[in-house]
Each structure stands twice: as structure tokens, then as C-alpha cells.
Write a protein that binds this ligand. Sequence first.
Ligand code: COA
Length: 160
Amino acid sequence: MIVIYPGSFDPVTYGHLDIIDRCSKKFDKVIVSVLDNKSKRNMFTTEERVELLKKVLEGHDNVEVDTFSGLLVDYAEKKHCTTMIRGLRAVSDFEYEMQMALVNKKLVNDIETFFMVASGKYAYLSSSIVKEVAMFGGNVSCFVPEIVEKALKEKIKEGY
Ligand code: COA
């Protein structure tokens, strides 16, 4: 089975990688799709987010990194894939995730959303938290791979 794991990944964290890694062991192929959303102020461009994901996912032969814009269901149709993966970190994620899953199902009845419970050790993580810690000079090495840590430092040096 092929699944899509969509998100902003601004930037990818160990929390996302935990979900991707576990999915890649359960499904034949995982398409990690970066939302190309020009209206959201991201720290990293879509191309940079894709590049970082590709680098940290080297060696995962059944994982593809891609981008999409517009509706997720339209993208899913183009990829001939009807199963979406979303991670659940805490009860607070549930309402938003339920809403998205139900809207997607209303739009295309064939679409299914599979929820994966985030590993406890990453349940507190978010990309915003990582960016905030990095911006105040904190150590983010336990939240993101080294290459992402370096990219964060460069962005901050550039005055993000
Ligand atoms: N580990 C760590 N962090 C996680 C995580 C995990 N397992 N799962 C989610 N997060 C964090 C992310 O880091 C992100 O943090 P941030 O808000 O601090 O940046 C946050 O949870 C949510 O991010 P993400 O999973 O990337 O979702 P999103 O809300 O940015 O985007 C899409 C979700 C892309 C799936 C959704 O917006 C979409 O499908 N958009 C297309 C338009 C569409 O079809 N709309 C109709 C459907 S409602």
C-alpha cells in the first residue's frame, strides 16, 4: 500500500522522522509531501524543506519526497493514493486532525486518514518550538538532525 504523509515540515524534526520511519516499515511506499503554501510565512522555502527532508531520509528506499499545492485530495488523486497518514501527539491535536480528516472524506469519499500515535519521547515537539529554541540560542540537537540544526543556525544568522 502507498501512503501520503503531508505537512509543512518547516523544518523536519525527529518527531516527523519517527512517524516516517515507522510508516516505511509498515507500508510499501511513503510519499512525504511538503505543502507549498505561499501565504504562510515559513522559515524555509519549499525547495529548502524538500532538500532537508531528502538529505535526512537518505537510505529510506521506499520513501519519496514531493511537494503539493492546493487541496490535498486533488494531489492524492493525482498520485493515485487514497490513504493519508497523520501523526497524533496529544489530545490537543485530535480536534484539528478530525476536522481535516472529515473534510477530506467529504470532498472525496474514498480518502482514508490513518493516525499514528507519536512516540512519547517526541510528543512535545513542534517545528515552531524548535525554531523558537534555536532563535534564542538554545541547543536543538535532541530535536532535529545535525544538518537541520546547521540550516537553522544559517537562517538565524541571515536575520530570519
Ligand atoms: N512530530 C513533531 N511535530 C509534529 C508531528 C510529529 N509527529 N506532527 C505534527 N507536528 C507539528 C508540526 O511540526 C507543526 O508544527 P508547527 O505548527 O509548530 O509548525 C504542526 O504539528 C502541524 O504541522 P503539519 O503536520 O505540518 O500540519 P499543517 O497543519 O502545517 O499542514 C496539511 C497540514 C498540509 C496536511 C493541511 O494543511 C493540508 O492538507 N493542506 C492543503 C489544503 C487542503 O487540502 N485543505 C483541506 C483539508 S482541511
